[in-house]
Structure formats: C-alpha cells, structure tokens
Design a binder for this molecule. Structure first.
Ligand SMILES: [Zn+2]
Length: 82
C-alpha cells in the first residue's frame, strides 16, 4: 500500500482512474516542453487495464500537447501572480 502511494508522488501524471488495489503500470515517455522545447522524460502512471484502451492513448496525446517542464511551470505561476 505504501509502495503504491510512493509511486503516485513520483509520477508527473496519472491517466485515467486507478481503483484501490488495481495493478498499475508506469510509462516513461519522451515529452517536449511546449514552452522551452526541452525534451524531458515524463513519468506516467495508469492502471494496467486502462493502459490498453484507446482512450488512454488519446489522453496521453493530449497530455503531451500541453506539457510544461518544471521550470516553465514555475515561471508561469510567477507570471500569474504579478
Ligand atoms: Zn520548459
């Protein structure tokens, strides 16, 4: 149980819903930051069952399309406060 929780904190994004006790899979995908264009490896977590569905693929594409790396995410946050 605590191992699963650790996993959740590590990942960038959880795609779909993960039910309690459900088997999960972690993906490492190359993502380009939409702002600075830097390539980062994103960590994605999904339930094993959901990862095989078409909607998972769609969600993943959507996530890639508006991904911001940590630095750009922080910068945007600062801008909003000004
Ligand atoms: Zn960036």
């Amino acid at each position: 149980m605590s191992y699963l929780y650790q996993n959740f904190r590590e990942v960038d994004m959880i795609i779909g819903k993960i039910s309690k006790g459900e088997k999960t899979v972690k993906f490492f995908v190359k993502i380009n930051c939409i702002d600075c264009k830097k390539t980062v490896s994103g960590k994605i977590l999904a339930s094993e069952k959901y990862s095989k569905t078409e909607s998972f693929t769609k969600e993943l594409e959507k996530f890639k399309k508006d991904y911001l790396c940590g630095i750009c995410r922080d910068r945007r946050r600062v801008h909003k406060e000004c």
